[in-house]
Design a protein around this ligand. Structure first.
Ligand code: MTE
Ligand code: MO
Length: 309
């Protein structure tokens, strides 16, 4: 049985997040550049961006997933390679602060970014996005983050840059799943085409349910691209590389027949081991029809002109 269905979970509807003090802060830092005068500002606790204002453009056709389900049923193989309910129990040693992200490759401004600095300077907002794993389980959650373009523009990609490669953290001493499954090619790595990353839907995410990400959901900094299968959403990113050629990706390198580079959600394109026509909501197992691009065709279909693979 692919989907474990815990019983008796409520699905609480959350109200729109109130506008927090963060917005005033944002006014204050408006116009300051990423590495410029912002470093003169006093350090801000990461929590101060929460709750961020919800973007009203994104709404749901289904109930919000219970927080306990989204944070208690996870794919994060570095913590447990098979048991999704055990991931959250294995994160105790993982240190998510302080955190830096190295930017390398074909950009005019390669640099090492302190996550603290992003929290002070990026336009954080909350978005309700559907999320769909290739294994067919699905959820609907509020992410806190900012559009990838906000950062990409400040890094100034060179004209030759065509892809972004994401490398995630590798700390076997803090991540027991890596020791349990040493045959994988750690660290987990993923990639997007530059124009996909610059699509307004693509986000860098630091929070969920109006709070900082718990480790099991990819703290402290991850990718969310909700029109692609879950594995295209790498967690705990420490390096972003701009490249001219299409980079390899963890699951595509592992089994190209099962996991493509693009991996856009498509009910008409079966996985070799199962159909993708339907999906199943966590935690109650409700079955729904899979939607092309996870229902986000309006935003992302123009990226592909009908031929993404
Ligand atoms: N570093 C890392 N990122 C990862 C994974 C992983 O195992 N390691 N699993 C991926 C898969 S398969 C899915 S479905 C999503 C799950 O995200 P969630 O646990 O926040 O729902 O994370 C993705 N990102
Ligand atoms: Mo997944």
């Amino acid at each position: 049985m692919l989907i474990r269905v815990p019983k008796g979970w409520e699905v609480p509807e959350r109200e729109a997040a109130p506008e927090g003090a963060w917005l005033n802060r944002r006014e204050l830092v408006k116009g300051l550049t990423l590495l410029g005068a912002s470093s003169l500002l006093p350090a801000v606790e990461p929590q101060s961006i929460y709750p961020a204002k919800r973007n009203a453009e994104f709404t749901f056709d289904r109930p919000l997933t219970a927080e306990s389900a989204a944070t208690g049923y996870n794919n994060y193989y570095e913590f447990h390679p098979t048991d999704k309910a055990a991931v959250k129990d294995n994160v105790g040693k993982f240190k998510t602060w302080p955190w830096t992200i190295e930017v390398t490759g074909l950009v005019k401004k390669p640099q090492t970014i302190d996550l603290d600095q992003l929290l002070r300077t990026m336009p954080f907002e909350e978005r309700l996005y559907r999320f769909r794993c290739v294994e067919r389980w699905a959820m609907a959650v509020p992410w806190t983050g900012f559009p990838m373009t906000a950062l990409i523009q400040q890094l100034e990609p060179k004209p030759e840059a065509k892809y972004l490669r994401f490398v995630t953290v590798s700390r076997p001493e803090e991540m027991p799943g890596m020791r349990m499954a040493p045959w994988y090619k750690w660290p987990y790595y993923e990639a997007l085409r530059l124009d996909e990353a610059m699509n307004p839907m693509a986000m860098f995410v630091t929070g969920i349910y109006g709070k900082p990400l718990p480790a099991q959901n990819g703290a402290p900094f991850r990718v969310i691209v909700p029109w692609k299968y879950g594995y295209k959403n790498p967690k705990s990113i420490v390096r972003i590389e701009f490249t001219a050629r299409q980079p390899g990706t963890f699951w595509n390198d592992f089994s190209a027949k099962e996991y493509g580079f693009y991996s856009n959600i498509n009910p008409a394109k079966p996985h070799p081991r199962w159909s993708q026509e339907m999906e199943q909501l966590i935690p109650n197992g409700e079955v729904r029809k899979t939607q092309i691009y996870n229902g986000y065709a309006k935003w992302v279909a123009p990226l592909y002109h009908g031929k993404e693979d």
